[in-house]
Structure formats: structure tokens, C-alpha cells
Design a protein around this ligand. Structure first.
Ligand code: SAM
Length: 293
């Protein structure tokens, strides 16, 4: 029987046995704490018959625990480092529930995976280097595949930005982009001591759950235009909404048009965009879109 991987002694043993030199650029810090693994598993609410997609399995610390939860389901693990994939193949030799992909998660066609596994509920679970986490989350959200859940270990700061609301310092483009698609929740604060080697920053586990009915997407007339407005608001977040929209580097909007649109929306000309709810951003976007066309 396979030993439990996510312990300090077993992790050290595997690194030594396979002579693995960790690649800092790939953020190779491995989980060595089963309390954290249990929290991730519980947050994912695994039924056992779904498709789990793990991004960045490393030496399989979380992979092993995920496989134990599966009954008829399947796990696709996407790992960029070929050396890790080789090790994973040896650690899990006869796991027919596991499909290992030696690929960069940034280049994955999520729609294709969803299509190939049509009918299965999909949950994404990842503990990744922090600099790729946001682009990967965005590429999954923007692919608009149907998801049941996403559970990400992210740098504390990033988790807070994802889940913050209007009027707070951390509320920004990332908050809107994430909350436009799914409901974020910080499930747990994670100290750096649960990793080997220890990273420099603390982390949080973030859960993203789809809305039973998305309150935002169906209201937006033009999604691209909406995100241009969002970008304009936060690129100049200290400015009033009127100034950030009429002096935007992203879109060209006439100042009088912006003034008129704000008046019609009942939004004070001195209000800052960072104080708007997402629903208000959508209303002003739609108003501008119609007035412009
Ligand atoms: N999941 C394991 C754990 O929790 O112990 C390993 C986590 S480690 C923080 C991140 C893993 O992601 C590494 O194995 C690294 O090689 C892999 N990785 C980094 N960038 C990646 C990318 N763009 N696509 C897929 N895997 C990546």
C-alpha cells in the first residue's frame, strides 16, 4: 500500500528517492499537512462520480487524497513539469481513474475537456504558483464551461482581492471578473508552515461556486464593453467615475455622454467607480452602450 504522501517524512523521501531538484520558477512547494488537505476536500464537496481536474499535482500530495474520494468519477491532473509527471506515473502506476497530462495549464482548452467529459459534473482544484493562478482562473472562467466548484489555494492577498466588495481597498478588476462569474469565499487561512519547502507568503483556500442563476451575465448587453468599463474604473480608481470613464486609456467616451449617462442612472458625478456594486457597473455600462450606438 502507498504511504501517505503529504507528510514531511514521505515528501522528503520521495524528493530524495527520485533525486528531484525543485524548480522555484514553478512554485514547487508541497503540502505536508492533512488538516489542510481535508479542508480542501471538504470544500470541494466531492460526490465521487464527478470529473475532478487538479492543476499542478506535483508529487501527488493532494492527488492521492482526491483519488481516495472518487468512486465512478475521474481525475485529470495537469502538470507542467515532465519530471513530476514521470514521478507521478511511478507513484500511481495502475490508477485507471487518473489521467495525467504533461501540459501547461495556461494552454489548456477547457472547452475541449468539458466536451470530452460531457454529462459529468466538473470541479477544479489547484494549488499553484501564485503568478499563474490568476490567469489560469480567468482562462477557466472565460471559457464559460459549466463548473460545480473551483477550489484554489492562493496567496492571501489574491484571495482577498477576489472576494472583496465595493468601497474596500482590495476591490478591483479581479474582484469584478471573478464575482461576475462565480461566488467567492475564503474557506481557510493557510500558514506557510504547511508546505515543504516553505514559501515566503501565507495563503488562503478560496472556494468559487457558480450562482444558481447568474445575476450579472444575463443583464450585460456587451461583455467586452463591460470589462473595458471595469478596467477604466480601476485603472484610475482614485478619480471620479466621470473622469475615469471620459479619460480612459481603454475606451473612448465623450465627457458629455458620460455626464448624461450618470445623471440618467442617478449616480452622483463625484462618485468613484470603485464604490459601485457590480450591478451598478452593469447598468451604467448598458446605458453608455445604448447611448453610444
Ligand atoms: N498540488 C501539490 C501540492 O499541493 O503539494 C503541488 C503544488 S506546487 C505549489 C505547484 C505545482 O504546479 C508544481 O508541481 C508545479 O510544477 C506545477 N505547475 C506550475 N506551473 C504550472 C502550470 N502553468 N501548469 C501546470 N502545472 C504547473
Amino acid at each position: 500500500m502507498l504511504n501517505k504522501i503529504a507528510t514531511p517524512s514521505e515528501t522528503k523521501k520521495i524528493l530524495k528517492e527520485y533525486d528531484l531538484r525543485l524548480k522555484k520558477g514553478l512554485g514547487q512547494n508541497f503540502l505536508i499537512d492533512y488538516n489542510i488537505i481535508d479542508i480542501i476536500i471538504n470544500a470541494a464537496e466531492i460526490d465521487g462520480d464527478e470529473l475532478l481536474i487538479e492543476i499542478g499535482p506535483g508529487i501527488g500530495s493532494l492527488t492521492q487524497a482526491l483519488l481516495e474520494e472518487l468512486k465512478d468519477g475521474k481525475l485529470i491532473a495537469i502538470e507542467k513539469d515532465a519530471e513530476m509527471v514521470k514521478v507521478l506515473k511511478e507513484i500511481f502506476p495502475q490508477q485507471n481513474k487518473l489521467k495525467l497530462l504533461n501540459e501547461d495549464a495556461l494552454a489548456i482548452e477547457w472547452k475541449k475537456i468539458a466536451k470530452e467529459n460531457k454529462g459529468m459534473g466538473i470541479k477544479v482544484i489547484a494549488n499553484l504558483p501564485y503568478y499563474v493562478t490568476t490567469p489560469i482562473i480567468m482562462s477557466i472562467l472565460e471559457s464559460e464551461i459549466e463548473l460545480e466548484k473551483m477550489i484554489f489555494m492562493v496567496q492571501k492577498e489574491v484571495g482577498e482581492r477576489m472576494s472583496s466588495g465595493p468601497g474596500t481597498k482590495k476591490f478591483g478588476s479581479l474582484s469584478v471578473a471573478v464575482q461576475y462569474h462565480m461566488k467567492p469565499e475564503i474557506v481557510h487561512q493557510v500558514p506557510s508552515s504547511v508546505f515543504l519547502p516553505q514559501p515566503d507568503v501565507d495563503s488562503v483556500i478560496v472556494s468559487l461556486t457558480p450562482y444558481s442563476e447568474n445575476p450579472h451575465q444575463k443583464k450585460v448587453i456587451d461583455q467586452e464593453f463591460f470589462f473595458q468599463i471595469v478596467k477604466s474604473i480601476f485603472q484610475q480608481r482614485r478619480k471620479t467615475l466621470r473622469n475615469s470613464l471620459s479619460k480612459s486609456a481603454v475606451i473612448n467616451l465623450d465627457r458629455d455622454l458620460v455626464t448624461k449617462a450618470l445623471e440618467l442612472e442617478g449616480i452622483g458625478l463625484k462618485k468613484r467607480g470603485e464604490k459601485l456594486e457590480i450591478s451598478e457597473m452593469i447598468s451604467i455600462t448598458n446605458r453608455l452602450y445604448k447611448m453610444r450606438n
